[in-house]
Design a binder for this molecule. Structure first.
Ligand SMILES: O=C(O)c1ccc[n+]([C@@H]2O[C@H](COP(=O)([O-])O)[C@@H](O)[C@H]2O)c1
Ligand SMILES: Cc1cc2nc[nH]c2cc1C
Length: 358
């Protein structure tokens, strides 16, 4: 589909590039040469190797880090599926413009620039706006959005990824803000994985037992009403998803097309990643997981994408906080990759005569 910017299209099957195998091999042999126990830094080594394959160079650099935070409201909140009401979305979204969110504060520590985008908050906000609509519809009364809006939300995410690439960002992080979005994410995952929402939905931002039962029932009923087609991911997004999920799916797709590593955050980001990988298989090659969200469906989506979280901690804050938390670990790993002497180097040092002559 083409809109606004006629160059930008939603990629599909066969459109996602392969990893650069030469860069992967060069990176792997550097890891093997470093004077340390083999595979001593575990999956952190694999992350660096994956980034080499993504960016096409074993000279890995992720100095310039950009977090894209998709902010949107969800009509289904009127069914009482969240602990708070929708007004919180706009308040927190505006706080991004003042640097007063958890992700902004953590981002300053970790050297991550934060780019909040209003992709569908139900009122006007102070952040960069690429609004599809003022919130989605209540999916218990009608499909959450039109197919056109679903496509537009994905395109907005692709545009965001391209903008950051143009500005020189070397790694993209994903985050979101949207009351009710653990309900929409569970619904999307439930359809795509063809599983009951029971094991895929949790308490979100803090729901009571009764609220959780209601949430699961709302998801089941919405799916039953609109019967989204699991083989048509855009149909799933349109009927039971959210603009934030569509936008983040676009960031994963756009990042892959731009050969940028894209870091997954928590459950909402994971649902968006799953959606992106169903839209354009191969996108998973460009995705790095970060943490294991405390939402119960997180492990299931990670397994489906064949990813293993680096961080435990049971975080469920959203905003990209888990993705940001991975950055210091990656930065430290890269320092070892770049600076550690290899086995030859260590041997030369070790056998240097005390008198200083080689
Ligand atoms: O990232 C996660 O795994 C995560 C888990 C639970 C809650 N959240 C955040 O909490 C909000 C959604 O919670 P809820 O209960 O309103 O669906 C939304 O703004 C998310 O950023 C995020
Ligand atoms: C206060 C608050 C902040 C958030 N940040 C991300 N999701 C959130 C949900 C709430 C409720």
């Amino acid at each position: 589909m083409e809109t606004r910017d006629s160059e930008i299209k939603i990629p599909g099957k066969g459109d996602i590039p392969a990893l650069d195998e030469a860069a992967v091999e060069k990176c792997q042999s550097r890891w093997l040469s470093i004077a340390k126990p083999l595979f001593g830094l575990g999956t952190l080594e694999d992350a660096v190797t994956q980034i080499a394959g993504i960016t096409g160079t074993a000279d890995v650099s992720i100095d310039k880090k950009g977090l894209i935070v998709m902010c949107a409201d969800n009509g289904v909140v009127e069914e009482g599926i969240s602990q708070t009401d929708s007004s919180v979305t706009a308040v927190v979204t505006d706080n991004f413009s003042r640097g007063l969110t958890s992700a902004c504060i953590m981002g300053r520590t970790a050297g991550v620039d934060v780019f909040p985008i209003d992709i569908g908050v139900s009122v006007d906000t102070k952040v960069y706006t690429d609004k599809i609509a003022y919130g989605t519809k209540n999916m218990l009364k009608e499909p959450a959005m039109t197919r056109r809006e679903a496509e537009e939300s994905i395109l907005a995410g692709i545009r965001a990824a391209k903008r950051l690439k143009k500005q020189g960002y070397q790694i993209l992080l994903t985050g979101e803000m949207g009351i009710g979005n653990t309900t929409t994410s569970s619904a999307v995952a439930s359809v795509l994985l063809e599983e009951d929402p029971e094991g895929l939905s949790g308490r979100g931002a803090g729901l009571s037992d009764a609220g959780l039962q209601r949430k699961r029932e709302v998801i089941r009923r919405a799916i039953g009403l609109w019967k989204p087609d699991p083989a048509d991911p855009i149909d799933v997004l349109a009927k039971v998803g959210g603009f934030d999920i569509g936008g983040l799916a676009g960031v994963f797709l756009g990042g892959a097309m731009e050969r940028l590593p894209v870091v997954m955050d928590g459950f909402i980001s994971a649902a968006a990643a799953l959606l992106a990988c169903r839209i354009a298989p191969g996108t998973e090659r460009f995705i790095l997981p970060s943490h294991m969200s405390g939402e119960p469906g997180m492990g299931r989506i990670l397994r489906e994408l064949d990813k293993e979280a680096f961080i435990g901690c049971h975080m469920k804050l959203g905003e990209g906080t888990g993705a940001v938390a991975l950055m210091p670990l990656l930065d430290m790993t890269l320092e070892v990759y770049r600076k550690m002497p290899d086995f030859d180097g260590i041997q030369i040092e070790a056998y240097k005569p005390l008198g200083g002559e080689a």
